[in-house]
Design a protein around this ligand. Structure first.
Ligand SMILES: [Zn+2]
Length: 120
């Protein structure tokens, strides 16, 4: 898939899930509540626990998507910016790859859950 299109598609999925009520926790670790800070350069997104984890908590999680700082800041932007400005940013290819992976796994996990609920 074209890289720009892949980014647009990933942004769309993350924002759509947020609109549906699936808003991941990104300001602090989803387990121990340690705050994320500006000087950090590696971030860990837990698919099963819906949010960012600190390095210590991430060690125990097999469903981690690694994010560099650019990807993490892009994720904050995607979840919080004005809808009209949603697609108005660019990131390097390594961040597109990370955001794309995150959006794919996160969407799969959320839709799978929805499906299980509907089966009952
Ligand atoms: Zn933690």
């Amino acid at each position: 898939m074209d890289k720009d299109l892949e980014l647009v598609y990933s942004i769309f999925k993350i924002r759509l899930l947020a609109l549906l009520g699936f808003v991941p926790k990104i300001d602090a670790c989803s387990i121990c509540d340690k705050k994320m800070t500006e000087d950090m350069d590696k971030f860990y997104f837990s698919i099963k626990d819906d949010g960012i984890k600190c390095a210590d908590c991430a060690k125990l999680d097999k469903g981690i998507v690694h994010l560099n700082k650019t990807s993490f800041l892009a994720l904050i932007y995607i979840l919080s910016c004005d809808a009209k400005k949603l697609y108005s940013f660019e990131v390097p290819e390594d961040s597109i790859a990370e955001i794309s992976l995150l959006s794919r796994l996160y969407t799969n996990q959320k839709l799978e859950k929805e499906y299980e609920v509907n089966k009952i």
